[in-house]
Structures are given as structure tokens and as C-alpha cells.
Design a protein around this ligand. Structure first.
Ligand SMILES: Cc1ncc(COP(=O)(O)O)c(C=O)c1O
Length: 476
């Protein structure tokens, strides 16, 4: 292991600052000398380090100085062959990994409930996706994880698949059998690309699930900003093995990302790596105990239930539900009335993302009182349980290539008459947050019936703008 106590980018920025430099360069705020008074107090400490690729400060897109050293420490910590800082979020890493690995017409096996950046990457590459459905989590009533057998069946059916793209863990922190899946894909020469946006801290010891990197995945992208103490948009990409060409990934990263990468973001990424590296097993154990104490506190609050963590779940993710039939949105609004802001709500759940900071975890004892108060004052209309359990084809191909979809026109037709037509939009009911219809998928009677049932229940959708009027977009 390299000396993880070093923070190369911090050292370089400090040395630069000590020179009391006169700025005749971009950015226009000139180290904070020129700025709008109205917001200056919020920016004043950051502007001096909001520098650019000046002598001694390296270049993200051709790193050979402190950024290179910082990225080398990063790959050393995570056990990757090569790692890079991302300043445009996991979104940019997902795009780059797909474009680098998948070419036009390549078959790619993809988890159906993936982030839109994965779909956008597939569109840009004009790859040929085959979607596998995740399991359904009956407790949370949301999309679960993909299971080994289904991935294996997909790999068997598409032996030439160029890549398998997984989302690990899901938004709610649930992992799955990633090791077996990676092994099965590698046996067939299929690269495993993992969107690990929610798992940058999985390198920690103890109760944390293993990172997909440990399971041998070829490319792993992590939103450092989601769970590590890093600035928003700061992410990491890690590359391992021979199935993904690191040179191509670097090429696409400089194409997709800004040519003026933010030094505050990059420095925060270096600092987050240093913070993680200093996290001992003992600290990780105390953190786990503190998260458990918080969960125990929630278990004691009337009228809500803690969704008990699944095996291989992230201890930083905590999910509660109302036992009185209130929606997650009602619970979330009641908590906000007490100044408690959570990560997300869906029709059933409210998700808390806990910090890595043990001191902050301890302060949460007091927050439990506010949560208790909020739950007592929840308003809304309690509703009955959602009777629908959605089902999806185990494997779904698209009828047209993405290029063909680009060239075709679209029109809206009545949903009831859409059987056999090709959907021109995604329709994703929440819950469970899995697209019921994919853009480019052939519409079946089953799709129509399920959509009509969701509509009758007043479900919320992403996409399906005119579904309320009984219409769906199809390709002509
Ligand atoms: C699973 C998943 N992947 C990718 C992203 C995009 O990450 P970023 O915001 O770092 O671009 C998100 C964002 O919420 C996500 O949930």
C-alpha cells in the first residue's frame, strides 16, 4: 500500500497559494478579487482554490503531476489498476465506460432499472441492449437487485454479449450476489461495467458490503459526492483487468467532461480518499454501532416501521414506512416541518442516508426527538396498500436500434389501441421505479393491462406524459 497519508493536490494548491500569485488568467473572479458582493460571503474561502491548470497544478486530462499522484493513491486504496477523478458526476463516468467498451450494434445485457445515464450511454454508442428485470422487493415495494440465475440465463442466451451493466447497490443500499455474477460474465469474456454510484464507501472494512471492484468488475463508477465527504459532482472511475480498454476510457472522459475541471471538486476528491484511507476497522465498527443505535431509536417510534436491512445491505441507508397507511411523501413532509431533510420519499418509503462521521451520528440522538414529533403530526390521507405487483419479461430486446429511433417520427395514440406498436417513450411507475415500458419496446396486452391498472390506482409515473388522457407515444 502506498503512503495514503499524502494529499498531493492539497500540497500542490498550498504551494501555489504560498507564492501569492497575481492572476492574469481565468477564471474571471481572479482568486476571489472580483465577485458579486451579494454572495461573496458564501464563496470567499473557496475562490482562492478555484484555480485552473497553472504551472505545478497539473491537468486532469493529461495528468502527470499532483493529479496523477492523487489518482494513483486512489487506485491503490480501491485495488484498481487505474482510477480517475470525475468532475461531472457518475453520469460522465457511466457515459465514458459504455462508449469505450460498447460499439455500434454490440449486444449489451443491462439491468432494467438503471440510471438514465446508462441508457444515454447506450444510445450514444448505438449499442443493442437486452434488458434483464430486477427482482421485486416485497418489503419496500420497490425494484430489488438482479439475481444470479437470471443473469446467467441471459449470458447463456447472448453468449457474444460485449458487456453486462449492473447497478450495485440500488438506491436503497441493497447489494446482491455480485461475485458469482462477475465470474459468470468473465467465463464468457463479457465485461462487467458497474454503476456503483451509491457505494463509494464500500471499500471500508466491517459491516459494509464489498465493492464490485473486489468482486472483479472491469469498470466501476462511484459518486464520491453521495456518501463520502466530497463536493457535489465529484465521482471516481476505476478500471481493472483487460476487458475494458483504459486508453479508450480516458479518451471518452476528456470528450465528455469539461476542459476546465473544477479544482475545488478535485481537491475534495483527493481529501475524501485520504479520509477513507484513515478510516480504521475500529472506526468502521463504531460507525456501524452508531448506525445500529439510530435504527434502534427508529424502531421505538410509534406509527412507523423500520424496514429491516436485507443481507448485504449498506448500513448507511435507513428506510422507514408509515404503519398507518400514510405515504412516504406525507412522512417526508412531516419530517421537513421539523427541519429533518431526507434523501428521498416514494409512495411507501422514506430513505435516510447516514453520514460516515461518527460525531455527527452521535448528534442524531437528538434528531430522533424531532423525528418522533414529526411522525406524530403527519398529515395526509392514509391510503390502502398498493395491490399491484408489477411483472416484466425476464429479458427484453428493443424493436429498433437507437439510430432508427432517432430517425422516426412519433405520434400519440390511445393506449387501448397500442398493442403491437413500438413505444416511443419510457413509462416508469413509482413504485417500483422499474420502467414498465422501454423506449423502443413492443407494446403487449400485458403492458396495456398493467398500465391501465396503475392509472386506475392513481399511480405516479416518470414519462408517459399523456397517459392521464389515455394516450401513449409510439413510433410511426
Ligand atoms: C444509480 C445511479 N447512477 C448514477 C447516478 C448519477 O450520478 P451523478 O449524480 O454522480 O452524476 C445516480 C444519481 O442519482 C444514481 O442514483
Amino acid at each position: 500500500m502506498k503512503d495514503q497519508r499524502n494529499i498531493p493536490l492539497l500540497k500542490a494548491i498550498r504551494e501555489f497559494e504560498e507564492k501569492a500569485p497575481v492572476s492574469f488568467h481565468v477564471p474571471g473572479h481572479k482568486s476571489g478579487r472580483v465577485f458579486n458582493e451579494a454572495g461573496y460571503k458564501y464563496f470567499q474561502s473557496v475562490l482562492p482554490i478555484d484555480v485552473t491548470e497553472l504551472t505545478g497544478l497539473d491537468d486532469l486530462h493529461a495528468a502527470e503531476g499532483p493529479i496523477k499522484e492523487a489518482e494513483t493513491l486512489l487506485s491503490d486504496l480501491y485495488g484498481a489498476d487505474e482510477s480517475h477523478f470525475l468532475v461531472n458526476g457518475t453520469t460522465s463516468g457511466n457515459l465514458a465506460m459504455i462508449l469505450a467498451v460498447c460499439s455500434e450494434g454490440d449486444v449489451v445485457i443491462v439491468q432494467r432499472n438503471c440510471h438514465k445515464s446508462i441508457l444515454h450511454g447506450l444510445m450514444l454508442a448505438n449499442a443493442k441492449p437486452v434488458f434483464i428485470s430486477p427482482g421485486y422487493d416485497p418489503e419496500m415495494k420497490t425494484a430489488g437487485t438482479v439475481n444470479f440465475k437470471e443473469v446467467e440465463a441471459a449470458l447463456h442466451r447472448y453468449p457474444n454479449a460485449k458487456a453486462l451493466i449492473l447497478t450495485y447497490p440500488n438506491y436503497y443500499g441493497v447489494g446482491g450476489d455480485i461475485e458469482g455474477i462477475v465470474e459468470a460474465a468473465h467465463e464468457r469474456g463479457t465485461a462487467v461495467l458497474v454503476d456503483e454510484a451509491h457505494g463509494a464507501h464500500f471499500v471500508l472494512p466491517g459491516a459494509f458490503p464489498d465493492s464490485a471492484l473486489k468482486a472483479g468488475a472491469d469498470v466501476v463508477v462511484q459518486s464520491a459526492h453521495k456518501t463520502l465527504p466530497a463536493m457535489t459532482m465529484g465521482s471516481y472511475i476505476h478500471i481493472n483487468g483487460r476487458l475494458a480498454d483504459a486508453g479508450r476510457i480516458r479518451f471518452y472522459l476528456q470528450m465528455i467532461q469539461s476542459s476546465s475541471p473544477s479544482y475545488p471538486i478535485m481537491l475534495s476528491l483527493d481529501l475524501a480518499r485520504h479520509y477513507l484511507a484513515g478510516y480504521t476497522e475500529e472506526l468502521a465498527d463504531s460507525l456501524y454501532r452508531a448506525t445500529e443505535a439510530f435504527r434502534e431509536g427508529l424502531r421505538g417510534i410509534q406509527d412507523i416501521k423500520l424496514v429491516e436491512p436485507a443481507a448485504k445491505a449498506d448500513p448507511l441507508k435507513v428506510v422507514i414506512q408509515s404503519v398507518k397507511g400514510y405515504s412516504g411523501y406525507d412522512l417526508q413532509a412531516a419530517l421537513e416541518q421539523q427541519g429533518v431533510y431526507t434523501e428521498l420519499a416514494d409512495p411507501f418509503n422514506v430513505l435516510f442516508v447516514l453520514p460516515l462521521g461518527i460525531e455527527q451520528m452521535k448528534e442524531f440522538e437528538k434528531v430522533l426527538t424531532s423525528i418522533r414529533k414529526g411522525i406524530k403530526e403527519v398529515r395526509g390521507t392514509p391510503s390502502l396498500d398498493h395491490p399491484l405487483k408489477p411483472h416484466f419479461p425476464a429479458l427484453a430486446e428493443l424493436a429498433y436500434s437507437y439510430r432508427e429511433m432517432d430517425l422516426r417520427s412519433i405520434k400519440y395514440i390511445p393506449l387501448k389501441d397500442s398493442r403491437g406498436r413500438i413505444a416511443a417513450e419510457f413509462v416508469t411507475p413509482y413504485p417500483p421505479g422499474i420502467p414498465l415500458l422501454l423506449k423502443g419496446e413492443k407494446i403487449t396486452d400485458d403492458h396495456i393491462e398493467q398500465l391501465q391498472s396503475y392509472l386506475a390506482l392513481g399511480a405516479r409515473f416518470h414519462g408517459g406524459e399523456r397517459l392521464g388522457k389515455g394516450e401513449i407515444a409510439v413510433f410511426i
